[in-house]
Design a protein around this ligand. Structure first.
Ligand code: ASP
Ligand code: MG
Length: 405
């Protein structure tokens, strides 16, 4: 007998028919001889609808984060009750628990709380009595008893953290795709499911656009060594195992390709080449809440230089409005130029640490097809380029083939 944590995302429990199939699957897992804790998300679209309603009742000021969490936690609370009812109607024995009831304690940072500890006594007690535990994802309670939520996509974190707390034998993230792919199959038809991927690769893929799971939960899994599987709730296909890296993994140089659309670029030209200028720019940007990605500063020949950075297109206006008033402090002749219609293409793989020539091979493949590279950035396990957005899909296919993925 093993102890299994399963997590079903919003699409998997998107309507009552799907809840019934999920209930059946959970029950079958238990009947196969296992103890099961099933973490469920809010039904697809519900969290977004709740946020919309919050804005409708407080159009002129932001609702308090405390009330936001009381509201958002109801999404998952609906699903745990319905899932338990469905299992019980099938003759199983299920009990629902909210995050707080399951002993999940977080800090008090509403809407993005961090789990501080889990006391899973109640979970163990119910499992020992042969119950299936249906646990609300995405929520916990602060030390003083307030309802908290863990940030969008936080049900993944609930599953990983609970798996760590009860020392589960297996943690399965059941979703609407078969696993993690070498690239988005809608973009690259030849993309295939990856059997095994390291935490770091998964994190890099997510940060460059291939979002299968909340990044925070992958970080948590890495920190606590929770091995997990991402697989489909709609079929029985084996999924992708996400785990610690091991030497065999390095034989594959590139694990996957990811793309990020709707990027934009800000270039500030002719800024003074002296200490404090970059700090000024990026302080202002960070104070405005805009998240930036790549930063490139040119070599300076005349005591002036150019600084470019990329960001999501939706933040472009705000970034420009932030820089405009400080432009004159950056240099006598400085000016700002913005470009949208660009995107990011990345290749990721821990094998890059021990293999050279990955960047060269990627750039050559793009060059042979007449694709111009506007910016480049690298990390130990990633090479990323900024290109025209209209070239992204073709480029993803080119690079995917170049590395024989
Ligand atoms: N319901 C929450 C959200 O939509 C949490 C989750 O689905 O993981 O972000
Ligand atoms: Mg979700």
């Amino acid at each position: 007998m093993s102890l299994i944590v399963q997590k079903y995302g919003g699409t998997s429990v998107g309507n009552t028919e799907r809840i019934n199939s999920v209930a059946k699957r959970i029950l079958e897992t238990q009947r196969a001889g296992h103890q099961v804790v099933a973490v469920v998300s809010a039904m697809a679209g519900v969290t977004n609808r709740l946020i919309e309603m919050a804005n409708e009742v407080s159009p002129d000021n932001e609702p308090t984060d405390r009330e936001m969490d009381v509201l958002l936690a109801t999404g998952e609370q609906t699903t745990i009750a319905l899932t338990s009812m469905a299992i019980n109607a099938m003759g199983g024995k299920a009990i629902s628990l909210t995050g707080a009831q399951a002993g999940i304690v977080t800090d008090g940072d509403h809407t993005k709380a961090r789990i501080s500890n889990i006391t899973p006594d109640e979970v163990h007690r119910l499992l020992d009595e042969n119950h299936i535990v249906i646990l609300a994802g995405f929520q916990g309670r602060s030390p003083d008893g307030r309802i908290t939520t863990l940030g969008r996509g936080g049900s993944d974190l609930t599953a990983i953290a609970m798996a760590a707390a009860i020392d589960a034998d297996l943690c399965q993230i059941l979703t609407d795709v078969d696993g993690v792919y070498t690239c988005d199959p809608r973009v690259v038809p030849k993309a295939r499911k990856i059997d095994e991927i390291s935490y770091d690769e998964m994190l890099e893929m997510a940060s460059s656009g291939s979002k299968v799971m909340q990044s925070r939960s992958v970080e948590f899994a890495k920190k606590f060594g929770v091995k997990f599987e991402v697989r489909s709730s709609l079929n029985e296909n084996p999924g992708t195992i996400v785990t610690e890296e091991h030497p065999n993994m390095e034989s594959v140089v590139v694990r996957g390709v990811s793309i990020e659309r709707e990027q934009a670029k800000v270039t500030i030209e002719n800024v003074s080449d002296e200490p404090g200028v970059a700090a000024k720019i990026f302080h202002a940007i960070s104070d405005s809440g805009v998240v930036i990605d790549m930063i490139v500063q040119n070599v300076s020949k005349t005591n002036q230089t150019d600084i470019s950075f990329t960001l999501h297109r939706s933040d472009l206006k705000k970034a420009k409005q932030t820089i405009d008033p400080i432009l004159k402090d950056l240099g006598n002749e400085s000016s700002i130029e913005t470009t949208d219609g660009i995107g990011k293409l990345s290749v990721v793989g821990i094998g890059m640490r021990s293999h050279s020539g990955v960047a060269a091979q990627m750039f050559a493949a793009l060059a042979n097809n007449g694709i111009n590279i506007q910016m480049i950035s690298t990390s130990e396990i990633k090479t990323a380029v900024i290109i025209k957005e209209e070239d992204l899909e073709q480029s993803a296919n080119i690079v995917h083939s170049a590395f024989n993925l």
